[in-house]
Write a new protein. Structure first.
Length: 187
């Protein structure tokens, strides 16, 4: 997905007011609002495949699967931020109906326009989440899934496992699935 920066600085209250009135989604980072564009057909199919597989896996667990319309609130040393991942999973009780604060797992599906943002900038933002254990990047142009797993010793240390075949493992929710399931009807 593509993000377009709006001109003015916003407060969190102004951002929520804008979101309530808008037919498109916006991310909010350090007072700046970015309009989010739509996704490609392959992006949508991969996301549906992911949600189907994860939803089946989590059906009887205490964890909850969220799709692309659920914001995540992230507080860093400078500001309150709100971003939209493609998929997220929470395993604790959340207090807001409009955003979550304690995701255990986040998935981003890479596009040409957002790959760098998702791989570097958004990952850096997500690292402020103490609850986050797995950050998943899914390539929509080739069969490749990168699973970043947070070290138990330090929230600043992450290991990466790259999958191009076989079974993909999301350790934080004890999920294992053939990579082909995510790319059905795409590649």
């Amino acid at each position: 997905m593509y993000a377009k920066k709006l001109k003015k600085q916003y407060s969190p209250e102004e951002y929520f007011h804008l979101e309530e009135r808008s037919h498109i989604r916006h991310e909010f980072y350090h007072g700046v609002v970015f309009a989010m564009a739509g996704a490609s057909k392959n992006h949508s199919i991969i996301m549906t495949n992911l949600i189907t597989a994860l939803g089946t896996h989590l059906k009887y667990s205490p964890c909850i699967l969220h799709g692309p319309d659920m914001k995540i609130k992230i507080v860093d040393e400078h500001a309150e931020n709100y971003v939209y991942p493609d998929v997220s999973v929470t395993c604790t009780t959340e207090v807001s109906d409009h955003y979550i604060e304690h995701p255990r797992l986040i998935v981003e599906i890479l596009s040409k326009s957002t790959a760098k943002y998702d791989q570097i900038d958004k990952f850096r933002i997500y690292q402020n989440l103490k609850s986050l254990e797995d950050y998943i990047l899914v390539d929509q142009y080739s069969k490749r899934i990168d699973v970043y797993q947070k070290s138990k010793e330090s929230h600043l240390r992450w290991s990466i496992q790259t999958y191009i075949g076989g079974d993909v493992l999301f350790p934080s929710i004890d999920f294992q699935c053939p990579i082909e399931e995510f790319y059905t009807k795409v590649l």
